[in-house]
Ligand binder design. Structure first.
Ligand SMILES: Nc1ncnc2c1ncn2[C@@H]1O[C@H](COP(=O)(O)OP(=O)(O)OP(=O)(O)O)[C@@H](O)[C@H]1O
Ligand SMILES: [Mg+2]
Length: 246
């Protein structure tokens, strides 16, 4: 079953063609990595898919529905979740409040605006469970800014997962992490259920080759290769342009 289909997708910033007629589709359960040099358009592509940016042209279908013109929150309700290249947690709020806000945003009860957020027991229970699973229960009342960088990364990714998304978009989940923390992230991704589709951008080739069954290579906004890790590794153009090995 098709999860995501992107057709002729383009994004222009002034004179810069950041994403250029990109076409691909992803099946439910696929683990796809998007790689490419700095400025290749990877983050822009993720921003188009989840609606943070509007496409200049082209279309995006999510489970058969045309979402090209939908705002991010509506795509989120359809089952997209995102972790960012730059950590997007609320630094001054406590760990618990970050968890509650994330979980709360996905429930229909979010429209009942005049009840205190703690009153929603299902959300609260899920938050408690999430924090215990993450080993962050002891730190629940600390501001997020006091957590180590690796803990923040892990928290952001796990919050994305707590939303039980159909499609998880990860932008450089291993950025700034130690080797051990990077391995932990690999473990988290590999442990995901087969109903989760994952699109992951990362510069860490070890992580990419470990988790992805398919790799899409972007160069100046265009797809220059799309195949299995073996195919990508032996692709002459990829080696020349991207890896600089030849
Ligand atoms: N908001 C913006 N306004 C203008 N130009 C932008 C904007 N966002 C990105 N760009 C440009 O679009 C191109 C693609 O940028 P993008 O951030 O998508 O690359 P990337 O592949 O994610 O790079 P990196 O690996 O460094 O994260 C770059 O030339 C960048 O300068
Ligand atoms: Mg980027």
């Amino acid at each position: 079953m098709e999860s995501l289909r992107v057709e002729g997708l383009s994004k222009q910033f002034g004179g810069v063609q950041a994403v250029n007629r990109v076409t691909f589709s992803v099946e439910v359960g696929d683990r796809v990595a998007i790689i490419g040099p700095n400025g290749a358009g990877k983050t822009t592509l993720l921003n188009l898919i989840n609606g943070q940016l509007a496409a200049t042209s082209g279309s995006i279908h999510f489970f058969g529905k045309d979402v090209t013109a939908l705002p991010t929150y509506k795509r989120a309700h359809l089952g997209q979740a995102r972790a960012f290249q730059i950590i997007s947690l609320f630094q001054k709020l406590t760990v618990m409040d970050n968890v509650l806000l994330t979980l709360h945003g996905t429930r229909s009860s979010r429209f009942k605006m005049f009840r205190p957020i703690e009153g929603f027991t299902d959300v609260h229970n899920k938050a408690v469970q999430t924090l215990r699973t993450l080993g962050l229960w002891e730190k629940r009342n600390e501001p997020v800014s006091t957590l180590a960088y690796g803990e923040q990364r892990r928290l952001e990714i796990d919050l994305g997962l707590a939303l039980e998304p159909k499609l998880l978009l990860l932008d450089e989940p291993s950025a700034g992490l130690t080797k051990e923390e990077g391995l932990e992230i690999i473990g988290v991704i590999k442990g995901l259920e087969s109903s989760n589709t994952v699109l992951i951008v990362d510069h860490d080739m070890e992580l990419v080759f470990e988790v992805a069954q398919r790799i899409i290579v972007l160069h100046y906004g265009e797809i220059i290769a799309d195949g299995t890790p073996d195919e990508i590794e032996s692709d002459k153009r990829v080696r020349e342009i991207y890896m600089g090995l030849d």
